[in-house]
Write a protein that binds this ligand. Sequence first.
Ligand code: AHG
Ligand code: MN
Ligand code: MN
Length: 353
Amino acid sequence: MVKPEQPVIPEHSLDRDCTTLSRHVLQQFAGFTAEAQDISAIMNRIALAAKLISRRLSRAGLMAGTLGFTGETNVQGESVKKMDVYANEVFISVFKQSGLICRLASEEMDKPYYIPENCPIGRYTLLYDPIDGSSNVDINLNIGSIFSLRQLEGDDIDEEARDMLQSGDKQIAAGYILYGPSTVLVYSLGSGVHSFILDPSLGEFILAEENIKIPAHGPVYSVNEGNYWQWEESIREYIRYVHRHEGYTARYSGALVGDFHRILLQGGVFLYPGTVKKPEGKLRLLYESAPLAFLIEQAQGKASTGTQRILDIVPEKLHARTPLIIGSREDVQLVESFIQDWLRRKSEQPVTA
Ligand code: AHG
Ligand code: MN
Ligand code: MN
């Protein structure tokens, strides 16, 4: 009789179980400095927000008042879901009386939210998309949260939020939480991209993968092709190209975080281009495009509007939108080449009266 093989338990499994998010954050600083403790505490609070949102989502279909719309419209002109409101409040609540974050700005709030008791010591601003992919909430599909951390500059109460109107290179941390079959948190402090999985039995985010690098090219293109009729010819030409060449496959979940996560791990490109009528596209620079661009560059990928690096853009307003082409370096470059080629041809056309 053949003996069943003993399961191989990797030696480092206990070490890995003990590599929690807060420990990992501290390891990235040279010493136990005030900054290291601040950032570790901030990440810990973000993890708490993730756990609260994840817990509610896991029971959403069983609880009254959780699914569906509120009947309100947000500053983006989009219908607000009950989960958008809940998650937005969670991020505020976890930072109240924390001494960590002076100001929060979210896709769901017209103006930044100011926590005066934190400001004497918590010189940071958190920008976030509380629920990304809201249309997936009511059908139990993957959704996410996106966050971006900046150093507070200028006045505490700056309703115009001028100090936030700076390039994405000013981010000191960025990341997202993906609420899927498991809850995953991915973050960067500017030295690599790292992923953590929530172990519900421990209530802790445990290290899954360090220094994630995106492949230089991947098979996936991720775009809402229903917008084909509204696009400029350059994007249509790119889409016709992938339709006519071997090796491409389409994936689009309706939640940027989910599509981005697939591409980060397996390669490919996500696009949300502008349209003829709305050249700025749909995605918000400060809460969506810039944080993910920060991550993708740390993973050796690329993020672009088609003509400009996302992290170079200085927004004119808090809720500014931008076209987004993000993912594997070669795939983003290919989309850019279609856009640039088309712009060149357009500029060479004779001007008709
Ligand atoms: P949000 O739910 O925060 O408004 O973001 C939705 C975004 C993004 O997650 C997704 O990729 C895209 O909008 C989907 O938009 P379309 O339905 O237009 O494809
Ligand atoms: Mn979003
Ligand atoms: Mn959102």
